[in-house]
Design a protein around this ligand. Structure first.
Ligand SMILES: Nc1ncnc2c1ncn2[C@@H]1O[C@H](COP(=O)(O)OP(=O)(O)O)[C@@H](O)[C@H]1O
Ligand SMILES: [Mg+2]
Length: 363
């Protein structure tokens, strides 16, 4: 198979086991994103794939060639891999063109030069070829790093939190441009990040790595967001509203209505997690649902976060994401219902207490 195959990889630093039988497949032309909290072993996995770390258990195959196993260790320079790491800085003493040429060891000088210019053209940096890195913005430096990574025509590209050093606007633009270039080149890419939005934007498929080094779910972005298989996966995308309840006839009652729990036996204690966009507020005369009181509204830009509380006297707060401009004069007679696309039922940890609360993001 063309691309990357990581099979049964476990890794420990002394007693600290950071990866536990991790498997990842990245077919040629696909971008797979490994998403997980800081410290869960993402960079370790990339360093193992790159050959910068010696493999302890499992195997790594690139384009049908085993590059690491318990008997094989191919050196990084012979793995035909491109890197783009957040802190994988450009060489400060080389200009942009020479930075890109640097990776193409073994190519004839004139060929390397024309290839480098071609790559700089691809990333819109050909005008800056003679400049030194310190005179460029962070975004421009990342574009040069991308050109340098792709110039030797790698079989595999490894991206380690490549945009995290950039400010918000620059990040959105650079990641979009990077994605365009990667899709054009069709190179197998494994990217790691702790930023769920970045993973959703970039990835063909996402793998969620939990803090214990296990893969918790692997699926397309849509599936990860709408059908999280694990509580940890559901919570990766930020604040969740939570009600604790019990399964009765494959349904779970909450103060805002019932939610289906088709695969769960009666009597199981569960938590219902509802995304802020999964609570629907209406205030017209015929609105149905549970009466809530407005506590505050916060305009975030493209949408609003509205804090409400059940009018029935329960003190728990709910966070609601409202896409249209939210009119405070609608504050009287607000009814809330659940959009079941954004509500998920998970078994409740038996030791846990509490009945309803907000749950902070997992990271
Ligand atoms: N060279 C090393 N020696 C010892 N411990 C390390 C080393 N590199 C990473 N670790 C530890 O391994 C764990 C995973 O690190 P890392 O792979 O960098 O995680 P991530 O990239 O997901 O933040 C962390 O607890 C980190 O402290
Ligand atoms: Mg890291």
């Amino acid at each position: 198979m063309k691309g990357l195959l990581i099979h049964g990889v476990s890794h420990a630093y002394g007693d600290n086991k950071v990866l536990d039988k991790v498997a990842v497949v990245v077919p040629a032309g696909e971008l797979v994103c490994l998403l997980g909290p800081s410290g869960c072993g993402k960079s370790t996995l990339l360093r193992l794939a790159a050959g910068l770390e010696v493999l302890q258990e499992g195997s790594i195959v690139i384009d049908d060639v085993t590059v690491a196993s318990n008997t094989v260790h191919v050196e990084p320079e012979n793995r035909h891999i491109g890197f783009m790491f957040q802190d994988y800085a450009l060489f400060p003493h080389l200009n942009v063109l020479d930075n890109v040429i640097f990776g193409m060891v073994g190519s004839a000088a004139d060929k390397a030069r024309s290839r480098a210019m071609e790559m700089l053209d691809q990333v819109g940096m050909v005008d800056q070829a003679s400049k030194h890195p310190h005179t460029l913005s962070g975004g421009q430096q990342q574009r040069v790093a991308l050109a340098r990574a792709l110039a030797p025509e790698p079989k595999l590209l490894l991206l380690d939190e490549p945009f995290s050093g950039l400010d918000t606007n620059m990040r959105a633009r650079i990641r979009e441009e990077t994605l365009g270039v990667l899709k054009e080149f069709g190179v197998a890419t494994l990217m790691v990040t702790h930023d769920p939005e970045e993973a959703m934007f970039m990835a063909d498929r996402i793998k969620i790595l939990g803090s214990d080094g296990h893969i918790l779910q692997a699926a397309r972005p849509h599936e990860i967001y709408y059908h999280p298989k694990h509580e940890f996966v559901a919570k990766m995308f930020g604040l969740m509203n939570r009600f604790d309840s019990v399964v009765v006839n494959s349904q779970v009652e909450t103060p805002l209505g019932s939610v289906a729990a088709p695969d769960m036996a009666d009597g199981i204690k569960v938590q219902v997690l509802i995304r802020p966009e999964g609570i629907v507020l209406e205030s017209h005369e015929n609105a149905s649902g549970t009466a809530v009181e407005l506590l505050s509204t916060h305009l975030l830009g493209h949408d609003n976060i509205v804090r409400v509380r059940l009018a029935s006297g329960s003190s728990s707060e709910l966070y609601v994401r409202v896409h249209h401009a939210f009119e405070p004069e609608l504050a009287l007679g607000i009814k809330a219902t659940i959009d079941s696309d954004y509500a998920f039922v998970f078994p409740l940890d038996v030791e846990e207490g509490g009945s309803s609360s907000l749950v902070k993001a997992a990271q």
